[in-house]
Design a protein around this ligand. Sequence first.
Ligand code: ATP
Length: 214
Amino acid sequence: MPKRIGLFGGTFDPVHIGHLRSALEVAEFMGLDELRMIPSARPPHRDTPQVSPQDRLAMVAEAVAGLAPLMVDDRELKREQYSYSIDTLESFRAELAPDDQLFLLLGWDAFCGLPGWHRWQELLQHCHILVLQRPDADIDAPEALRDLLAARSTSDPQSLSGPGGQISFIWQTPLAVSATLIRSLLGSGKSVRFLVPDAVLSYINTHGLYRASN
Ligand code: ATP
């Protein structure tokens, strides 16, 4: 049986219940064998030096411990610089059987920005794209994606077959949580209990992360 693997990238600064709930719902809905949470090396314009890539990775690891099929994947951080999705996909493909299925999870905003990505037209050679769509989203896809959507999109994500090549949409109501909110609460000395898993909260406290004094 081909494996079904989802890839969910993010800065995860820190990982929170919005990410985790979304990942778990997609994994269950799609019947994934694995859903890899992949912390990204941080692009320069988002630099917040007090939290190292190792801390972001460790928090995701804490968050998904014992939560199969969710798991953490450190390959983008091992490269120690900003890595392109195409590189990540090629690295997965090098490890997998040719008929294993890869599903790249992208929020609608990220999907709309696809034409600016390095070698974006090659992405579908390696994976399917699952666009996580919000019920309140009302903007049209950019012109550059219209032909691609017409040729490659399919309405039922559960019917995606083969190793890659198609685009489908999963509708989700995201929890109103962001890493920005969590950093801001912590920076002003407030609690983030119930917004991140207890293990992540404990890691943040133990390592004194995101405090105003840092
Ligand atoms: P920040 O506030 O620092 O921008 P963030 O909370 O948006 O961070 P990221 O690590 O940038 O988190 O996001 C990783 C992925 O998770 C993105 O695809 C993003 O759309 C998605 N995501 C972020 N917040 C939520 C949420 N509350 N529910 C579902 N998905 C989310």
